[in-house]
Design a protein around this ligand. Sequence first.
Ligand SMILES: [Zn+2]
Ligand SMILES: [Zn+2]
Length: 277
Amino acid sequence: MTWLMVGLGLAIVVVSLLGGVLPLATVLTHTRLQVYLSLAAGTMLGASFFHMLPEAVELGSPDVLRTAAIGLLTLFFLERFFSFHHHETGENDPHEGHNLAHGQSLNWGAAAVGLAVHTLISGVALASAASADLARGPTLGAGTIGVFLATLLHKPADALTIVSLMLRAGVSRPITHLVNFAFSLMVPVGMLLFWVGSHWLGEGGSVSLTAHALAFSAGTFLCIALSDLLPELQFHTHDRIKLSVALLAGFVLMGSTAAWEDTSHAHRGDSNGKPNQ
Ligand SMILES: [Zn+2]
Ligand SMILES: [Zn+2]
């Protein structure tokens, strides 16, 4: 199980690295970027509502939803003061001015701090989802797969942000990719922090930690998804069908992993009588 988690963490590191190469390898038009962001945001919304929030409530109590609100606000204020989540830095968006105005005030040093915290939290999200699965049954289930897929799909967006900001600031490509690599390592670091905290708290505390960490992460997922979706909604009207289909595709993907989980849970219930603790 530990090795599986190591594998999931490594996969995210690799995808982050590829995400950093993306702006150099392809012409990332505004529309392509927005279609991708809509798809990624749909999976994050779906992961939050289909997996993380229900599992956090099931493991803890409805009170954990307050922790979700704290997670949402944490990411909101992080973005307000560190501006780490602007995926478009102005250059590739010819038909408008608001991104450019923001782009000029973006500073990759400040963005780096915000992005480091954001990436660390996505590691905690993955580890808490795995821990929630293991609290309910013998194997990792759709909750972990859902959070993993949402994180995997979202990571190139973060890599894109930091790499384009640094390249624009005149930093050399090797240093840029090294920094991007260092960022991706924050995912395994976040996972490790969760496991250490969980062992330190012991059996009873660890379930409560899992419930709250999962709810907090769900709140951060909601904030990230909406901050990727709302600027496009507010400022543009192009490709509305294409973007809506991408958003729904991500959301439905998560819904179907949840449906698959329901059947596998029913199956577990038949063979075990009750979920393993
Ligand atoms: Zn992000
Ligand atoms: Zn647009």
